[in-house]
Design a binder for this molecule. Sequence first.
Ligand SMILES: NC(=O)c1ccc[n+]([C@@H]2O[C@H](COP(=O)([O-])OP(=O)(O)OC[C@H]3O[C@@H](n4cnc5c(N)ncnc54)[C@H](O)[C@@H]3O)[C@@H](O)[C@H]2O)c1
Length: 349
Amino acid sequence: MSKVKVAIVGAGNIAQNAHLPVYMKRDDVEVVAIADLNLERAQDAAKKFAIPHAYASVEELLEKEKAVDAVDVCVWNRSHAPVSIAAAKAGKAVLCEKPLALNMADALQMQEEIGKCGTLFMNGLVNRYRPDVSLVREMLDAGKFGDVYYATASYVRRRGTPIGWFTDTSKSGGGPVIDIGVHAIDRTWYMMGCPKPTRLSANISYAIGDFKTKGVSRWLALDSDVTAFDTEDSAAGVIHFENGALMLFECSWALNAQPREYSEICGKLAGAKLDAKDLTIFGEDCGYLTDNTPSFNRRQDPFYNEIDHFLDCLRTGKKPISGMEDAVTVMRMLMGIYESAKLGKEVEL
Ligand SMILES: NC(=O)c1ccc[n+]([C@@H]2O[C@H](COP(=O)([O-])OP(=O)(O)OC[C@H]3O[C@@H](n4cnc5c(N)ncnc54)[C@H](O)[C@@H]3O)[C@@H](O)[C@H]2O)c1
């Protein structure tokens, strides 16, 4: 089988530290080109990963690299829509980093324009590709939990605001809600079986802001010469679903609280809770409560699994498990959080 020709757009942190290392491990893929608005950054990455061509824009890349099969979009959130749409219009399959887009208008434009192209589109909702999350979803699909009617989603950092464009709403679309809330909410929603969200009530806070706390570790975007800091630093609320289920969520970049990251789903027959380390299935057997800890391969890299699934969909025509429809619904929930907080009341989704 011939190698899949991939081009990367955005030569920043996630491209160099998560996506490119996966492509480098595979012998069924050839990364043929990379583009970044910062040409020097694209050239440096090309040298580091032995990529033959570097360009300063997606347009130039698409013009010169007609043989590319797929474009992997690793740019700031504001650039997700224009870059993904340009690639799809050129007939390329697209894998686009999370969140889907800067805002709802961009998300809907992507859905419409990429939908018309009929090309493969997958959103990098990477938590779906965690082995523990896949296991829970498999159990859910096998009916092991019964109807899931309650869930909690959490991603709380005490002082973990990223440095760079992430805090500039014009490039990011928002703070922890859109950056890491997306992981907690999507992961939990996926574990619930993706019921239709109907209404949402949330609050967001700007209490801590641009802190100077020492000795804390923070994600450094390569595009870090950004001074804007106009994003929220925490959010919490409740999402209601058409089937009567409810999800409580919380997320923060900065909160005076114990850091935590977990998802918990509660069904009529059993429940499941997972965090960064453990997965527990809460059940009942012979009249006794049971806490089971299934064995699974913890060493699987979710980014490897995500890219593997994308390539599989490209080769076989299979529908991705994180396609456009789910990505747009996740955006509806994320944008609903901002809307509800702004209006100070529950919003319909
Ligand atoms: N899945 C995850 O867990 C995860 C983690 C971190 C970041 N991300 C996502 O990855 C994306 C990139 O984040 P990062 O941390 O790598 O940022 P970064 O600043 O390190 O890199 C972004 C790069 O995109 C380039 N760029 C922006 N617009 C462009 C355009 N139109 N054409 C070409 N290049 C363009 C910038 O010049 C920059 O080099 C974001 O969407 C972010 O949300 C995902």
